[in-house]
Design a protein around this ligand. Structure first.
Ligand SMILES: *Cc1c(COP(=O)(O)O)cnc(C)c1O
Length: 494
C-alpha cells in the first residue's frame, strides 16, 4: 500500500513509514492511502474471537504494508496492554437500549487521543529505522487540550525524538492545563499561546510550511514531524476501534453479524469521524455517520448546505476539545469525493476567503453517508443529565454533545438501527462542567469538582487525574502566537 497527498497531481507515491514520518505532505496536503482496502464479513467474523491488539494488527496489516505483521502485533500488544488501559482498550456499554457507548478513554490521559498516541510513537520509531533517518524527529503539536497531553505521554523519553506542544492558554480546562504543565520527560516542552486553538494550529502549520525554519533545523540535525490528527499514524489506529466495537456488539448480541449500525462521533478536527468513514468504506456495516458538533457548528452547516464557512464567531464551550473552526481532516473526505485537483482548489479558497462551496453532486454524496447535528450548551447539559438520571450512565460533555445528536437523529431516522456513540473522554476530565450539568451548581474549583463528582456518583477518580495539584508545574510559560517559530528553534537547539 502506497500513500499520496490529497493535493498532489504528480502521482508521487510513498510508503506508510514515510507518511508517518513526514506528517504533512510537502504540497500542504494530507497523506491518504492509494486505495481503501476491504474487510469482508468472513474477516470480520474471524476477528470476533480476537483480543484488541490482534484486531488492531489485522487492520494495520492492510494499511501499513511496509511494516511486518510481527512488528505491528508487537507494537499493538505493548500499546494496548492492561497496564496502559486498565479498563480495557475500547470497551462498549449499552446506554439506553438504542445507543451503545464506545469508551475510548481508559488510557493514560483519559481521552480518546490515547488510542492513537500510545501506538504512533512506536510506529514512528520503526519508521526512522526503515527510512534510515539519522536526524532527530521534532514532534510539533498544536492542541485544543487532549492531543497535547496524549502526545506528551506517548513520545516522552523516546530516543531520537523531541516533542513540543502549543495550547491556547485560556482555551483548555484547568485539569488539561495541569496535566500538560506537569508533564514528565527529558525530551518535552509545553508552551501556552495567547489566542485560541485555531491560532495555535495556524502557527504550527506556518512553521511546517516555512522553508527557512526547515533549513535551520536541518543544520542542527533536526526535522519536523506532526502528531496532530493530520498524521496518517493517528488515523489508522482510529479505524481499529470501530471494527472492534462492531465485533463486540455482535459478541454481546446487540446486533447480528452483517447488520448495519449507525455511528455518532462528537467532532472537532473531523479525524475521529473520518476514521469511521474509512471503516464504512472498507466494508464495515455502517449506515449513517452522525457528525456531532457543539456551538462551533461549522461542520453541521457544511454537511447540511455544502458551504464551509469559517467566517463566524468562535465560541468557548464546555466541550473545548471541539472548539474548532478549521476541521483539517475534512480535506481527506473532499479528496475521496472530489479528487486532488478540486481539493487543492477548495483549500486555496479556504485559505484566501475562509469559505468554499462543494458542488451539488459532491454534497449529495456526502449526505448519503453523513448526517449532522449540533448541541447548544443547554442541549449538551440536558443530554448529559438525562443519560445519568434516566439510564445511570455517566458521560463527559463531549460525549454528551454526541448523545444529543444521536438521540435527535434516532427520533427522525426511518431505520431503527443501533447507534454506536464514540465516547471521547472520561467524565472526570471535564468534571466541573459535568457536575454543573448534573446539579446546576458551580463547584469552587475544577480540582474540587473531581472529588465532588466522585462523591455524587459513587465512581472513582481515574488514577492519572488524581493528585494533579501535588505535582510540580514544569512548564508555566505562555507567549504570543508570533513568537512560536523562535520558540521552536530554541528548543530544537537546546
Ligand atoms: C479531540 C477530541 C474530540 C474531537 O476529535 P476530532 O478527531 O478532532 O474530531 C472530541 N472529544 C474529545 C474529548 C477530544 O479530545
Amino acid at each position: 500500500m502506497k500513500y499520496k497527498s490529497t493535493r498532489s497531481t504528480d502521482g508521487i507515491l510513498i510508503d506508510s513509514a514515510e507518511a508517518i514520518k513526514n506528517g504533512l505532505a510537502a504540497d500542504g496536503g494530507l497523506y491518504m492511502p492509494q486505495f481503501i482496502p476491504t474487510l469482508t464479513e468472513e474477516e470480520l467474523e474471524s476477528l470476533i474471537e480476537c483480543p484488541y491488539a490482534q484486531r488492531a494488527a489485522y487492520i494495520f496489516a492492510k494499511y501499513l504494508t511496509d511494516y511486518s505483521i510481527n512488528e505491528v502485533l508487537s507494537d499493538a500488544t505493548a500499546a494496548y496492554s492492561e497496564k496502559r488501559f486498565p479498563g480495557g482498550a475500547a470497551p462498549i456499554r449499552d446506554i439506553d437500549g438504542r445507543v451503545t457507548s464506545l469508551e475510548l478513554w481508559h488510557g493514560p490521559t483519559c481521552a480518546f487521543k490515547d488510542m492513537a498516541l500510545q501506538i504512533m510513537p512506536r510506529l514512528l520509531s520503526r519508521a526512522l529505522v526503515k527510512t534510515e533517518e539519522k536526524r532527530t524527529a521534532f514532534i510539533l503539536v498544536a492542541t485544543s487540550g487532549d492531543t497535547g497531553k496524549a502526545a506528551l505521554e506517548g513520545y516522552r523519553d523516546i530516543p531520537q525524538i523531541k516533542i513540543k506542544v502549543f495550547y491556547p492558554i485560556d482555551g483548555v480546562s484547568r485539569v488539561q492545563k495541569l496535566q500538560m504543565q506537569t508533564q514528565l520527560g527529558n525530551n518535552v516542552d509545553v508552551v501556552g499561546i495567547y489566542g485560541n486553538f485555531d491560532d495555535a494550529q495556524s502557527g504550527v502549520k506556518r512553521i511546517f510550511g516555512d522553508a527557512d525554519t526547515a533549513r535551520e533545523l536541518d543544520e542542527n540535525g533536526v526535522f519536523l514531524s506532526s502528531a496532530n490528527s493530520i498524521n496518517w499514524g493517528r488515523l489508522a489506529p482510529q479505524i481499529v476501534y470501530y471494527v472492534s466495537a462492531y465485533c463486540d456488539m455482535v459478541a454481546e448480541g446487540q446486533i447480528s453479524l452483517g447488520e448495519k449500525i449507525d455511528v455518532c462521533v462528537p467532532t472537532g478536527n473531523f479525524g475521529n469521524i473520518f476514521a469511521a468513514y474509512l471503516a464504512k468504506k472498507m466494508g464495515l456495516p455502517i449506515g449513517k455517520l452522525i457528525c456531532a458538533s457543539n456551538q462551533n457548528n461549522v461542520l453541521t452547516d457544511f454537511i447540511q448546505t455544502g458551504t464551509y464557512d469559517r467566517n463566524r464567531a468562535f465560541h468557548t464551550t464546555a466541550s473545548p476539545s471541539m472548539d474548532i473552526l478549521i476541521s483539517s481532516n475534512l480535506e481527506r473526505l473532499l479528496y475521496l469525493i472530489a479528487g486532488s485537483e478540486k481539493t487543492a482548489a477548495y483549500m486555496a479558497e479556504l485559505a484566501k476567503t475562509g469559505r468554499y462551496t462543494v458542488s451539488k453532486e459532491e454534497l449529495a454524496e456526502i449526505q448519503e453517508s453523513f448526517a449532522a447535528f449540533y448541541a447548544s450548551e443547554e442541549d449538551c447539559f440536558a443530554a448529559l443529565k438525562d443519560a445519568y438520571d434516566t439510564h445511570g450512565y455517566l458521560m463527559d460533555t463531549h460525549t454528551a454533545v454526541g448523545y444529543h445528536a444521536a438521540c435527535t437523529y434516532a427520533k427522525e431516522a426511518e431505520e431503527k438501527r443501533r447507534i454506536l456513540l464514540a465516547s471521547t473522554a472520561s467524565p472526570y476530565k471535564f468534571a466541573s462542567s459535568v457536575l454543573f450539568a448534573l446539579t446546576g451548581k458551580n463547584e469552587a474549583g475544577e480540582l474540587e469538582a473531581l472529588d465532588a463528582l466522585s462523591a455524587l456518583t459513587g465512581t472513582e477518580i481515574p488514577a492519572p487525574l488524581s493528585h494533579l495539584d501535588e505535582k510540580e508545574v514544569r512548564f508555566p510559560a505562555a507567549i504570543e502566537a508570533e513568537a512560536m517559530k523562535d520558540s521552536v528553534l530554541a528548543f530544537a537547539k537546546a
